[in-house]
Design a protein around this ligand. Structure first.
Ligand SMILES: [Zn+2]
Length: 381
């Protein structure tokens, strides 16, 4: 399995500036490098997205406004126009806004092109995964929806694309973008509780009009564990793939469902993520792996390093290797993410009910699964 890893120093520098995840990109890249994994991938230089590329999803009004934001210092006061485009609160304007979104989107577009050009079967961009951004503006720490743009690139070659979202938050921006589509299936696993952002993504949300049935949500109660996650993932993925046989797959590996994430509230370790990514890779479809949330930065670096190793079928030492950011991993300096002792409230009966409703939705809206290939039977005369 050949793997492309998209990277450039400019991409890392811009990603490092994101107010929600300062310096995280550097930490991730440096841990992957410290484990020697870059020797086993094809490192591909990330190319920034052009205005034309970005226009495939975002409105010109939004893009033109981003171009006007150049130097933002502590004195900068958010204008009503900024706020109209979602720039304020959790998506504050920052310097060189257009260059930033061009780099972030460019990473995932470059990775998608690696797949469509046949350079690899798996492409990775840990600087991507900004699933909340909308066509007309920023939302939920996300300034640009690199995922929608990358899926657009994949769709030029692959008729049917499956999008899987592992982030603790519902992948609303991507779901909304493909709400009316039957060629892009969106599947999101997330914490779903009153007051938890973004508040959408219930099991009854299945897409609209011709896209009805081509969207699936797996809402989970807080503190979900590895066991719960793998249980629902395996069964849901099987059901979705029976009804919608994808030609390519995008997996958003948001790390904020890891235990101890300050914005999360789930209780996963890297083992559940790697198992789920592994189940997807076993299906041997061209696969784009991207990042997303993850606000405990060292745990995010641990997770994405482990997933990169899983793609490459390499095992890693539990001891973090010496490297520039080694001190960040104090006090244990070890790789596994430790779960908390909080009990998982998701009962098997609740999970089975969700899975049952998902299967019913798939059958009702997409149609019954294709019949099994009949066994050849001997007939005697
Ligand atoms: Zn998130």
């Amino acid at each position: 399995m050949k793997t492309c890893y998209v990277w450039s120093q400019d991409l890392i520098n811009h990603c490092n500036r994101l107010p929600a995840v300062p310096r995280r990109a550097e930490l991730v890249h440096s841990l992957i490098g410290a484990y020697g994994l870059l020797k086993h991938v094809q490192v591909v230089n990330s190319k920034p997205a052009s205005y034309e590329d970005l226009k495939d999803f975002h409105s010109e009004l939004y893009l033109d406004h981003l171009k006007t934001i150049q130097d933002v210092d502590d004195e900068y006061e958010t204008t009503p126009q900024d706020e109209e485009y979602g720039l304020g609160y959790d998506c504050p304007p920052i310097s060189q806004m257009f260059e930033l979104v061009s780099q972030l989107a460019g990473g995932s577009i470059t990775a998608a092109r690696c797949l469509t050009l046949g350079l690899c079967s798996v492409a990775i961009n840990w600087c991507g995964g900004w699933h909340h951004a909308g066509r007309f503006g920023a939302e939920g720490f996300c300034y640009v929806n690199d995922i929608v743009l990358a899926i657009g690139v994949l769709r030029k070659k692959y008729p049917k694309v499956l999008y899987i979202d592992l982030d603790v938050h519902h992948g609303n921006g991507v779901e909304d973008a493909f709400n009316l589509s039957k060629t892009v299936f969106t599947l999101s696993f997330h914490k779903h509780e009153p007051g938890f952002y973004p508040g959408t993504g219930s099991v009854g949300d299945v897409g609209s009009l011709v896209g009805k049935g081509y969207c699936c949500n797996v809402p989970l109660q807080a503190h979900y564990s590895d066991e719960t996650f793998v249980y629902v993932f395996e069964r849901t993925l099987d059901a979705v793939c029976i009804h919608f046989a994808p030609d390519a797959v995008v997996v958003q590996c948001g790390a904020d469902a890891l235990a101890r994430d300050p914005h999360g509230g789930a209780n996963l370790t890297e083992l559940a993520y790697c198992r789920c990514v592994g189940l997807m890779l076993e299906r041997a479809k061209p696969t784009l792996l991207i990042g997303g949330g993850g606000y405990n930065h060292t745990n995010t670096a641990r997770l994405w390093t482990c997933i990169t190793a899983r793609v490459l079928n390499r095992s890693l030492s539990e001891d973090i290797p010496e490297h520039d950011d080694f001190d960040e991993y104090a006090p244990e300096y070890t790789l596994p993410v430790k779960k908390t002792l909080i009990k998982d409230p998701n009962q098997k009966s609740y999970l089975d009910d969700i899975i049952g409703r998902i299967k019913d939705n798939l059958t009702q809206y997409i149609g019954p699964p294709p019949p099994q290939v009949p066994q050849s039977t001997e007939t005697s005369t």
